[in-house]
Design a protein around this ligand. Sequence first.
Ligand SMILES: N[C@@H](CCC(=O)N[C@@H](CS)C(=O)NCC(=O)O)C(=O)O
Length: 215
Amino acid sequence: MTAIRLHSYFRSSTSVRVRVALELKGLAYDYIAWNLRTNEQCSPDYLDINPQGLVPAIEIDGQVLTQSLPIIEYLDERFPGSPLLPAESMARARVRSLAAMVASDLHPLNNLRVLRYLEAQFGADMAAQTLWFRHWAKATLDPLEMLLAHSTQTGRFCHGDEPSMADICLFAQLLNNRRFDIDNAAWPTLARIHAACVADPAFVKAMPEQQIDAA
Ligand SMILES: N[C@@H](CCC(=O)N[C@@H](CS)C(=O)NCC(=O)O)C(=O)O
């Protein structure tokens, strides 16, 4: 049995991604919580693990891996059951591309440290931060809705009828939207896929409210 330690924060959407992947693969893991609200991710102890000061990180076989999507791809290669990427190259590229829309173009703009910087440097209060968050969420979720709604490759999930890395990213993002009172019904296909994820116990177990550090 491989020992896996996950460095996580209950509400972190990038941590949600890795938790879903671990659950879909049926992998047991130890959960180590770092409180982002009190900046534990910037403590010397955590910076020893990940000098970027970002969660998640996993420890596996004595090595630390950071960055949620490379972690997920590693888990997928190492534990091939319940694949998170399709076998065929073009399909794999489609799934990676859908995942990257959320992971590369949406999430980084709305990350905690960005919102904190907006507040500290430009005086953005909660209302201004909410406008910012909603703007950048919509800028990606509108085209994502169009892409998914108009593709015959979209099924019960983003690609066909099995969950993939794209669903993992979408699921975590739509959960994150709750914090800024965004009505995900604005994107019917995304909302439908999110509902399919919520019907799967692996996704439910990864939700923020299920974690030991949930406040
Ligand atoms: N690209 C990284 C991003 C990781 C990331 O930004 N994590 C957030 C939580 S969702 C974090 O640790 N934020 C701490 C901060 O902003 O100070 C990944 O996918 O793992």
